[in-house]
Write a protein that binds this ligand. Structure first.
Ligand SMILES: [Zn+2]
Ligand SMILES: [Zn+2]
Length: 267
């Protein structure tokens, strides 16, 4: 069966992913803190909405984007809006501004194109939730490929889990072991597939080929990059594919991964 296709806003996603990764070292801790309740709730078992999704929200500051439009030239702001709407496949039934034949070329204050662009901005605001969701989902597609970043992110998250263990025990006792760690949860099939294809069928550490073993789930190992024992979580973005030997030697006390990857040219 062919994988299910879905519209992705890749260009906008790259922008958001870049912002979120580049600012992790300065703002990562703060961003995780801001969304800690949502994040804790979504890392108890593997879900399609991950801690990374919540982290990305921190960088989707609607007001900032709004301000940017107001300061930019009106025609550039309009082009920007059109590009985003095309990417997210929204087609508003609105008139188009005619910048060419407008006399007010310096600023477009109080002219007809100003009024029209205001309508486009209002349309974007009305659909902001849908647009943000799709861009976040698209940004995740890039971040999910960066095991080294995921490792660093989940190390920071493990810190939060350790600090908030009393809160977690109080609110989600069924997800906590007697040793005050998150309880191991089963990996859904979609997650095994995702990790398998991300690692291109190879072990994330020793790169041995596991591609003929996908149907034999005993021999591929889905590993928590940051082990549960070190306050890692069941978040879908904390997983990697390992061979049996690497998984056994990694155990539950190390956070080993690799940033090795296979470029498209080498497949
Ligand atoms: Zn104008
Ligand atoms: Zn291996």
């Amino acid at each position: 069966m062919a994988p299910k296709e879905q519209l992705l806003a890749l260009s906008s996603g790259i922008g958001l992913a870049g912002l979120a990764v580049a600012n992790f070292w300065d703002y990562g801790r703060e961003a995780i803190e801001v969304y800690k309740k949502e994040i804790i709730e979504c890392v108890l078992k593997p879900k399609k909405e991950t801690a990374i999704h919540h982290y990305l929200k921190f960088f989707q500051n609607i007001e900032e984007v709004d301000m940017m439009w107001k300061n930019a030239d009106l025609d550039k702001a309009y082009d920007f809006i059109v590009r985003i709407l095309e990417e997210v496949n929204l087609k508003p039934n609105l008139p188009e501004p005619d910048f060419e034949s407008c006399d007010e070329e310096y600023g477009h204050y109080g002219c007809e194109c100003n009024e029209i662009v205001e309508q486009w901005i209002a349309f974007v605001s009305e659909n902001m939730e849908h647009i943000d969701e799709l861009i976040k989902h698209s940004a995740f597609q890039f971040i999910f490929q960066d095991r080294k970043f995921l490792h660093d992110f989940h190390l920071e998250l493990a810190d939060l889990i350790e600090r908030e263990m009393d809160y977690i025990k109080t609110n989600y006792s069924e997800y906590v072991t007697t040793k005050d760690r998150l309880r191991r949860k089963n990996f859904p099939a979609w997650l095994k597939q995702a990790v398998f294809y991300r690692e291109k069928g190879t072990c994330a550490i020793c790169r041995c080929d596991l591609s003929n073993l996908i149907r034999n789930q005993n021999q591929i190992h889905i590993d928590h990059i940051i082990p549960l024992n070190l306050f890692g979580t069941n978040d879908s973005s904390n997983m990697q594919l390992l061979c049996e030997a690497c998984n056994t030697s990694k155990g539950d006390r190390t956070t080993e991964t690799s940033s090795i990857n296979v470029p498209f040219w080498n497949l």
